[in-house]
Design a binder for this molecule. Structure first.
Ligand SMILES: *Cc1c(COP(=O)(O)O)cnc(C)c1O
Length: 353
């Protein structure tokens, strides 16, 4: 058995995902600080209250905030709260809710159907969304009731605020609500240099799933309702789904530290920077093709087999994704040295004939 563990640990997981990293020192310290004495459980503690207030401050609005353990729960419970079972959700065909949540959105909503739209670079285009809304208006088809966007998208690209506004205006004009999968929301904000409000409620987003885990927290995703009436009874939904943490203070404490002082953006800025550095270092490698614009912390590359073989020999772990591309993710913990190591191995592999 030992040899299996050793073999796995000898490999390099730096770029396999942004959740192969640990918990950032600041988040860890905040959890340690919250580890004092007795406090009320199930979110009735001072840390959870302060965290919710910190969200209201950062988003400049009196939003309603809930904490759950992971992104699948955040997305699927948020979508379930926006839908009846006979409704449908419009999302991109590469969206995480479609490709990586094992049917959880359909499960928690008791059958709400996902309707898949296309669009280049992982982004929904206005006309495909419009087509899906208008395609069927009869009683025999699940009624479109939510538009789901991701920021950044699963392909590491970004909607600009004005693009979001166009999509949400279309959605709202047909009575749809708007959900945003912001598992990497901090990367989007760091990359775009806008305020959180400018990428969300000010451009028509009703509910945001704001990821902590990939940003450097241990296990905490915030479901942020800008439209408070939509949050009604969401606490019961979380509890029923097994997502109400009894020791909630440990999920809340890192946000209390990291939202007000702006440090929630530091790790993501660094991750974005590392992705840009990687792109720069491999730009002259022959037969290595960048698949999508690199706008946040993901780099998707089409690699010739000789590069895959070389990276395998060198112990690099990474995932082959949508369209056969190799995905390299950077995180708060990625070191520039690691980026240089990887880039060197990609270039070496590409130079072999
Ligand atoms: C990682 C991720 C999630 C959440 O996944 P969990 O593994 O359930 O935490 C959601 N959306 C996107 C775009 C992701 O990359």
């Amino acid at each position: 058995m030992r040899s299996v563990v050793t073999a796995v640990n000898e490999r390099r997981w730096d770029f396999a995902s942004d959740n192969t990293s640990g918990i950032s020192p600041k988040a860890w310290a905040a959890m340690a600080e919250a580890n004092e004495g007795f406090l009320p459980s199930y979110g009735d503690d001072k840390y959870t209250e302060a965290a919710a207030d910190a969200f209201r401050e950062v988003f400049e609005i009196d939003c309603e905030v809930f904490f759950v353990f992971n992104g699948t729960a955040a997305n699927s419970l948020a979508l379930a709260s926006l839908c009846q079972s006979y409704h449908s959700v419009i999302c991109h065909e590469t969206a995480h809710v479609e490709t990586d949540e094992c049917g959880a959105p359909e499960f928690f909503s008791n059958g709400t159907k996902l309707l898949l739209a296309g669009g280049p670079n992982g982004k929904l285009s206005l006309d495909t969304v419009d087509h899906l809304i208008m395609k069927r208006r009869d009683i025999h088809y699940p009624r479109p009731h939510v538009l789901s966007l991701s920021a950044p998208t699963e392909l590491g690209t970004l909607y600009r605020p004005e693009e979001i506004r166009e999509l949400t205006a279309l959605a709202h004009s047909h009575g749809l609500k708007v959900h945003m999968d912001g598992t990497r929301f901090a990367n989007a904000i760091a990359a775009l240099g806008v305020n959180p409000a400018q990428l969300t409620w000010q451009v028509g987003v009703d509910v945001l799933c704001f990821g902590g885990t990939k940003t450097g927290l241990g296990l905490s995703e915030a479901v942020v309702f800008f439209n408070r009436t939509l949050a009604e009874e969401f606490d019961y939904r979380c509890k029923q789904a097994g997502q109400l943490a009894s020791k909630m203070r440990f999920m809340a404490a890192p946000w209390v530290k990291m939202l007000p002082d702006g440090s929630w953006l530091e790790g993501s800025s660094h991750a974005n920077h590392c992705a840009a550095l990687l792109v720069d270092l491999i730009k002259d490698a022959p037969d290595v093709e960048r698949l999508f614009p690199v706008e946040a912390n993901a780099v998707f590359l089409r690699l010739p087999q000789r590069v895959h073989d070389h990276l395998k020999r060198r112990g690099w772990s990474y995932y082959i994704f949508i369209g056969g591309g190799a995905r390299f993710m950077c995180s708060w913990a990625t070191s520039e040295d690691a980026v240089r190591d990887l880039a060197k191995d990609i270039c070496e592999g590409a130079a072999q004939t």
